[in-house]
Design a protein around this ligand. Structure first.
Ligand code: GRF
Length: 211
């Protein structure tokens, strides 16, 4: 099977643990792909340092350096084209992507969210806010969702979800840690399904074709 080319977008604060899981899975063959670029907003971000240490090509594009957001979109598109990305994976990337990027890569951009969408999702629901909200609401299960990215926050077609229990004595930290373990596995599985050409988007539903 030919390998897909993956570009990963990370944020300024990103730890890069999902990014690392994707890089590792490409290298040990669980994903038929290669991470051809990690694109971040600042050179000293932990995720960027981690990508460089792993020998992956990094690019720094800071939206704040562009007076016009359209110029940032153009630069991002040209970077993605220069590495011939087949799939874009958001891994802790906090911004909403511009319309030209969504249009150019429709159903070829994935994101991971640390809850079961449509619970605890949307603008402002990121990081610890998600797990605090889950515990505060008293849900008995949470989990993670890999979805394709559309014009809005966390609203695109859902590819895979994994459920974890919420324990009575959970704190946001303990719940986040339990979810994160599943994020790494679920993201890798979703990307491999894409690489195998087994994801078919029908409206808001994603059908997973059998082998
Ligand atoms: C993860 O919890 C992911 O679900 C969310 O951002 C976080 C990124 O963590 N979108 P990491 O940088 O991959 O460790």
């Amino acid at each position: 099977m030919s390998k897909i080319k993956i570009a990963i977008l990370v944020s300024g604060q990103g730890r890069g643990s999902n990014m690392q899981a994707i890089i590792d899975a490409c290298r040990d063959g669980r994903i038929s792909g290669e991470v051809v670029a990690v694109i971040g907003v600042k050179p000293d971000a932990p995720a960027i340092e981690r990508a460089a240490a792993a020998g992956v090509r990094t690019f720094i594009l800071n939206p704040k350096d562009f007076a016009d957001p359209a110029d940032y979109d153009r630069e991002l598109l040209s970077t993605l084209a220069s590495v011939q990305a087949d799939l874009i994976c958001l891994a802790g990337y906090m911004r909403k992507l511009g319309r030209p990027i969504i249009d150019a890569y429709r159903n070829r951009i994935m994101n991971i969210h640390p809850a079961l969408i449509p619970m605890f999702f949307g603008q402002g629901m990121y990081g610890h806010h998600v797990h605090e909200a889950a515990i505060e609401r008293g849900v008995k299960v949470s989990g993670c969702t890999v979805h394709f990215v559309d014009e809005d926050y966390d609203t695109g077609p859902i590819i895979l979800q994994t459920v974890v229990p919420v324990e009575d004595d959970d704190t946001p930290d303990t719940l986040a840690a339990r979810v994160l373990v599943e994020e790494h596995k679920t993201y890798v599985q979703a990307i491999q399904l894409f690489a195998e050409g087994r994801l078919v988007v029908e409206g808001r539903r994603v059908r997973v074709l059998p082998r």
